[in-house]
Design a protein around this ligand. Sequence first.
Ligand SMILES: Cc1cc2nc3c(=O)[nH]c(=O)nc-3n(C[C@H](O)[C@H](O)[C@H](O)COP(=O)(O)O)c2cc1C
Length: 249
Amino acid sequence: MPGDTFDGEYPYTDVGEYVEYRQPSYGEAETLERGREFLALMDGRRSVRQFSDKPVSRAAIDVAIQAASTAPSGAHLQPWRFVITEDPMVKRAIREAAEEEERVNYLDGRMPEDWQRDIARLGTGWRKPYLETVPWIVVLFEERYRQFDDGARGKNYYVKESVGIAAGMFITALHTMGLATLTHTPSPMAFLTKLLGRPGNERPFILFPIGYAADDAVVPALERKRLDEVMIEVDTSTMGTEGFNPVSS
Ligand SMILES: Cc1cc2nc3c(=O)[nH]c(=O)nc-3n(C[C@H](O)[C@H](O)[C@H](O)COP(=O)(O)O)c2cc1C
């Protein structure tokens, strides 16, 4: 049985084909320098809600999606679909449907009060004009399960985790390319499945308007958590002991 009792070095089974992998590595100084450069690049990323209508090439969208699609995924099933459109009528239809949902959220009280309070400083509202301004909209769908031509279904694994990682890599690729986007979830998003003609095994995950930030764009003045607020180091003096049975001491 694959993965069973083999006690040698990886690979644990003789099932499958393997190729050599040699990842580039750097000296300590260059490792840090590259990391800091990347940190500075990513620290400059912001969610944009004011876009210019300056065109973005289809090739740029393609390459960002290809980059996102290199993400790791449960059992390498890559349970994501990137649905793209530059069609003004489709963008208008998306805007109208998104605004309808968001109007109910913001004006008709569907959004709970604490949520409204938490997002107040972002200055968002139910109107989404940027959905028509941007040259491209990309809707990332999660493939909940595989649907085969004969009607049979196949499982996907860790779908949310996999698609979340792909989304992050997509955002990273766009920012690296100098393109702006918004991680947008006009909730509930089921209208996107119908509007974009997607099958029932796909569920909208995130809607990305993509373009260049407007010359006069502003973003909320937000601070990010410090390293010590998001990182916890554990050693034997602080680790939890419940269920801990050291083999040797
Ligand atoms: C899963 C997710 C959903 C989001 N949905 C929305 C949204 O529907 N509308 C919106 O204006 N911003 C949305 N945002 C953007 C956040 O408000 C934004 O990331 C946050 O305020 C931090 O700002 P920054 O991205 O500029 O660092 C969403 C972000 C995430 C990660």
